[in-house]
Ligand binder design. Sequence first.
Ligand SMILES: Nc1nc2c(ncn2[C@@H]2O[C@H](COP(=O)(O)OP(=O)(O)O)[C@@H](O)[C@H]2O)c(=O)[nH]1
Ligand SMILES: [Mg+2]
Length: 202
Amino acid sequence: MKRCIVLGKANVGKSLFVLSFAEYLGVQKVSVTIEEPGRHGQSRTVSVRDAMAQWVSDTPHQTRALHAVQLELPVGKGVKRFELVDTSGLSEGIPRETAIRRAMAQTLAAVREADLVLHIVDASAAAQEGAVEAIGEVDFQVAHFAQMKGGYLILANKMDLPTAKEGLERIRQEFAGHPVIPVSARTKDGFREVKRYVWRWI
Ligand SMILES: Nc1nc2c(ncn2[C@@H]2O[C@H](COP(=O)(O)OP(=O)(O)O)[C@@H](O)[C@H]2O)c(=O)[nH]1
Ligand SMILES: [Mg+2]
């Protein structure tokens, strides 16, 4: 099964994107495999709404383990099955807390294995110079590291917020040469384009 990994700094909307995209594909319940660093994954079925309440948060690093959500896309008369993987946030520098450090290392290892990388950036924060959520060094490192994969897409998220238009311009300038799709994990705007892109890689 093809694996599509969702990366980005804390709070950019990775968890909401994964669950909102699952909802967009028409599922109310998803099978999720929780992969703790160095351990065998445990699968369970959860409702998308419950998962949203649990995973989506303003507190950074809510998602320590990889959360692989099993999904499918229609192809002809059948379906293509794939995994959309929610990851813990990447942060600048080396995190002090061991658990977060391990989670980051696990995320980067998972990038190597992935067929497609979706790199989420908060467009509403991107125009604000120096803001914690703005694009940072780690985003450029991710772009550099992940572009070697071929299947690499930047999602400029939170386009429903007023400052996002300006942020999108900046993202397009900073990441010139990379594909960028503006989206809102809240309103599902832009999901049609994302679906089309994902379909090509899985
Ligand atoms: N307005 C708006 N808020 C969003 C959007 N995506 C995520 N958020 C909010 O941003 C915060 C962080 O989201 P979360 O998915 O937990 O981010 P993660 O740390 O990258 O997984 C939460 O309060 C979300 O409700 C979006 O597209 N628009
Ligand atoms: Mg999260």
